[in-house]
Design a protein around this ligand. Sequence first.
Ligand code: PLP
Length: 388
Amino acid sequence: MGGFPERLAAVLEQRREEGLYRHRLTLESSQGPIVSVNGRQYLNFCSNDYLGLAAHPRIVERFRSAAIQYGVGSGASHLVCGHSAPHHQLEEALAEFTGRARALLFSSGYMANAGILSSLLQRGDSVFEDRLNHASLLDGGLHSGARFQRFPHNDVSALKAKLASAQGPKMVVVDGVFSMDGDTAPLAALADACGEHDAWLMVDDAHGFGVLGERGVGSTEAAGLEVSSVPVLMATLGKALGTAGAFVAGSEVLIEGLIQQSRNYIYTTALPPAVAAASLEALSLLREEPWRREHLAQLIVRFRVGAEQLGLPLMMSASAIQPLLVGDAARAVDLSKRLSEAGFLIGAIRPPTVPAGTSRLRITLSAAHSEEQVDQLLEQLAVSWPVS
Ligand SMILES: *Cc1c(COP(=O)(O)O)cnc(C)c1O
């Protein structure tokens, strides 16, 4: 009845045939440079815990003490009675850290992006997105009711041509650091283009926040942008900050508008207060310990120099995301499997996450890695990488 089981079975079969079937790992340890899966230890090069904070003792302790004070569940959505002191303090701290008037917490980055775009945009508007934007931004733009247009990756001239011929309110949306390529958006040029064409710029800095810029504020700080050139700044807390959730930072009117209108904000239970408290501790660590960013930057250079010497197909990335381009999906999976047999966890990224023919190993580095661990990875790649 309904045809659903048959349809699902056909999809599964097709995914298997195309080498696109996905499996989950089940970790038996905390995040860190070494993780345990099926009773075996692996060197972990696939997490987004860029600063090594996900299991930091100070953050765990703050989480524990907040759980004792506030309990586990937030009990309700923010507008009912789920908004607690740690949530409020975290919003104030994030606004101050990013130099914005206000910040607003969301339960996840996916929900934040979908919620921001669907409540800011309406029919008659135009939204322009980089082709390689995160799925949550593309989905948000597509479902917003606005005229949705993609532009070629990082191609500011193509964007300008589209902006010039667009009618009505315009919004340009990009990742600060692209999640599967690791390269950065040309933010200064994008901000100029938006200025010329009276468009709003929104930056999703999931992979730049905490990592890039003098103080770790992210891509906009690294690009030297004025606060006013990026009216909508979004970032997640589950990556460099090592906790969970996301936020958007901007003007008073932006944040109040989202609180009143964003369905993804209004109709969902607030994050546990202890997660907000843990995020406050992570933000303090980020400010107190710039060595984490510096060490990560050194590891990135070390990996790139080593990989270049081995002739590995590095991509144009200066970030903690260092993909190696393989091409064929089945080959990427095979490589990832052989590396895992040798004790290295590295994800094979395949379509539809990346365009067909550009499957890759997505290596991510963390401040928690040692130089020796990066060298071990390079030695293993020298052995496992196909010669053909
Ligand atoms: C991870 C990610 C998100 C989603 O954030 P979650 O908190 O994991 O839902 C959004 N945008 C980008 C660019 C991301 O990498």
